[in-house]
Design a protein around this ligand. Structure first.
Ligand code: LMR
Length: 394
């Protein structure tokens, strides 16, 4: 039977991890998968996470199954962090999922269950796993323009032109903040415009929120999403705790579904719980419990926010440093967008040939579309990266 299996399409991000690990050059630079690294190149366990884990080890008395939708306290704490009071609790269904990817997958399966003919609109470009999962689930895809390569910013006119074709029952996937791969985000006013447009068209927003706190801070990063949620009748939100709690391998995520009215909540919650049962039964609990412990303890929460702020400041400093180094080398401001972008990633705007040349000649590993994980860069590698970008003629 297995002879029928075909080779899988390569994963641009994960294949890069393997290629980087196999490269013997000590000075190589890893700008691939989205993980935060400190100046020494480590991805630390955050202080509050360590403290919460210690507490759990000491106080947890059982590892028996939890709720099929995950621990309700986790949904409560994380949805409050993300949404504040923008959404009425009585309309909010929630399930814990294995990471943000699990939340995307469950959300897309929910759509297929509710509206198998729904068209899913994705930004060009987007995280490659969005179309991959959507195709696997069997949804039909549409693309909307998003990024203006000339300015490094959002091409909002083009985006709205394309979204003018969105119809009732369509679903539009938006990045909550720190757009992956471009680093270019919507302004608060643009969020409002999109929210009102989708509501008028009868389309449903599906927001992927994987980098809360990596842009301008938790509250600022959540502002656009909260504006949208307060204005739309229905929505899906996939939340990841991988990056902002640094618990990548614990697979900690949450899928939120805003139901159109409180009487639709039981059916929505029931469908989400059933999807958990069908796909993996109970969601992973350890990371979720760590997050809940942190968010519900004033001291741990303050310490977590302080460390997250420091991580964000480091990323901002790396962005500014790289933009300055490129300005000094090229004598132009055309890389200034690197400083204006938010979050882990920036799309450099290099051709695939230039990306390949940087890898071959300088050991610089970025994704083929020229996405760079700035959060993985160490400060002492900034001049070498700038020189490699310059040498490749970007
Ligand atoms: C990324 O885009 O690098 C991250 O979201 C990690 C992943 O799973 O691709």
């Amino acid at each position: 039977m297995f002879q029928n299996l075909k080779p899988q399409a390569p994963d641009a991000i994960l294949d890069l991890m393997v290629a980087y690990a196999a490269d013997p050059r000590p000075e190589r630079i890893d700008l691939g998968v989205g993980v935060y690294r400190d100046a020494a190149g480590n991805t630390p366990v955050m202080r509050a996470v360590k403290a919460a884990e210690r507490r759990l080890v000491e106080t947890q008395t059982t590892k028996t199954y939890t709720n099929l939708s995950g621990d309700p306290a986790f949904a409560e704490a994380l949805s409050a962090l993300v949404l504040g009071d923008a959404a009425p609790r009585a309309r909010l269904a929630a399930v814990a999922t294995p990471g943000g990817t699990g939340a995307i997958r469950q959300g897309l399966e929910l759509l297929r269950m509710a509206a198998p003919d729904a068209r899913l609109w994705l930004s060009t470009p987007t995280w490659p796993n969005h179309p991959a999962i959507a195709r696997h689930v069997g949804l039909s895809l549409r693309a909307y323009r998003y990024f203006d390569a000339a300015t490094g910013g959002v091409d909002f006119d083009a985006m709205m032109d394309d979204l003018a074709q969105v119809g009732p029952g369509d679903v539009v996937l938006l990045h909550g903040c720190c757009h992956n791969p471009t680093g270019a985000d919507l302004t608060p006013l643009q969020w409002q415009t999109v929210a009102d447009h989708l509501t008028t068209r009868g389309a449903l927003p599906f927001v992927d929120l994987a980098y809360l706190g990596f842009g301008d801070g938790v509250e600022a990063d959540a502002a656009g999403l909260r504006t949208l949620i307060a204005r739309v009748p229905e929505a899906l939100i996939a939340v990841s705790c991988s990056k902002n709690f640094g618990i990548y391998r614990e697979r900690t995520g949450l899928l939120l579904a805003l139901a159109p009215s409180a009487d639709r909540l039981p059916a929505t919650q029931g469908a989400l719980a059933a999807l958990n049962r069908l796909n993996y039964s109970f969601p992973p609990d350890h990371g979720a419990r760590v997050v809940t412990t942190i968010l519900t303890d004033d001291t741990l929460r303050a310490d977590w926010l302080e460390e997250l702020d420091a991580m964000r400041a480091n990323i901002r400093a790396l962005r500014a440093g790289l933009a300055t180094a490129l300005r000094d080398l090229t004598g132009s401001d055309r890389f200034g967008f690197l400083g204006a972008h938010r979050g882990m990633f920036s799309l450099l705007g290099a051709t695939p040939e230039q990306v390949a040349a940087m890898r071959r000649d300088h050991g610089v590993y970025m994704v083929g579309d020229s996405r760079m994980n700035i959060a993985g860069l160490s400060p002492d590698a900034v001049p070498r990266l700038a020189a490699a970008i310059r040498a490749a003629g970007v």
